[in-house]
Design a protein around this ligand. Sequence first.
Ligand code: ADP
Ligand code: MG
Length: 315
Amino acid sequence: RESKGKLPKYPGLERWNLVEKMGDGAFSNVYRAKDSQGQYGEVAIKVVRKFEMNSSQRANILKEVQIMRQIDHPNIVKLIDFSEARQYYYIILELCPGGELFHQIVRLTYFSEDLSRHVIIQVAQALEYLHEEAGVVHRDIKPENLLFYPTPFVPTKNPKPKGADEEDKADEGEFVKGVGSGGIGTIKIADFGLSKVIWDNQTMTPCGTVGYTAPEIVKDERYSKSVDMWALGCVLYTLLCGFPPFYDESIQVLTEKVARGQYTFLSPWWDDISKSAQDLISHLLTVNPDKRYSIKQFLDHPWIRESLEETQGAS
Ligand code: ADP
Ligand code: MG
C-alpha cells in the first residue's frame, strides 16, 4: 500500500483528501478519501485516466456512470458524484471499507456453508433487483468486484434501545465470527464497467424498441441475464472450496472446458460440502442458458430457502 506522502494530487479533486490507494484497474486507480466538507465522511474515488483512452473507452465510462445513477440497492455500491478534469474522470463512490471479497477468500482459504450462503444471498438479491427492477445485466460478477463491510455483528434478537453507547454496539447482536461468517457484513456489487441496460427504465420495454420486439431480442435479453447466473454459480463454487470451477494454464483449454461445462466437485475438497449446495451449483453451471436457473429459481432453492425462512421466522 502506498504511503500518504506518495499520493498524487489531481486537479479538480481538492474537496477530497486522498488517504490510501485501495485498488486499480486497466485505466484507473481507486483511492480511499475523506470529504473535507464533512458531508460524506469517507468515500472511494475511482480516478480514470481519460488521456490513455480512445473515444469508445471514454463512452464506456460515461455509460458505467449513467447506469450507476439509475441504481439504488443496499447491496450495490452507490454513486455519490461524478466529475471530470481535462485528463481524468472522477467517480466518487460509497466506500466499502472491507475491500474485495477475493482477498477474504485468499485469507480464509474457503468459506463455511453458512458464510457462503450469507454472502451469496446478498449478491443474488442485488442481481434480482438489477434483472427484475432496473433492467440491467452486470456481466462482470466475480470476487474482485464484490466488496464488503466488515460489520462485526449481525442484526439482533434483542436490540439495545436506541441511544445506547457506541461501545455497547458489539453486544447488540451475535458476533458474526461467532456464527462462522468471519466478519463479513454487507456485500456490495461494484464495477459496472461491462454492464448493459436491457430494459428501458421509463417504458419498461426492451431497449431500443417500441413494441415491435423481435423474438431474438427477447431471447437475447434472457440470455444476458443468464450470464450473471453462470457467474453467480462460479462465485458460489469458489466460496465453498476456495478454487474456481474452471481453470487451466492455457486459455484455449480453459475456454474449451467452459464451453463444455466441464467441472467436477473435486474430492477431497467437496466431500464434506452438502449435496444441496452442489445441486444448486449444478443448476447454475448449466451450459444451456434455457435450462440454467434464473434468479427467482435460485432464491427458491432449498439451500437458500432454509436460511431465509429461519431469519424471517426469528424476527
Ligand atoms: P475496474 O473496472 O478497473 O476493475 P473497479 O470498479 O472494479 O475498476 O475497481 C477496481 C478495484 O478498486 C476493485 O476491485 C476494488 O479493489 C477497489 N474498489 C473499487 N470501488 C471500491 C469501493 N467503492 N470501495 C472500496 N474499494 C473499491
Ligand atoms: Mg473490477
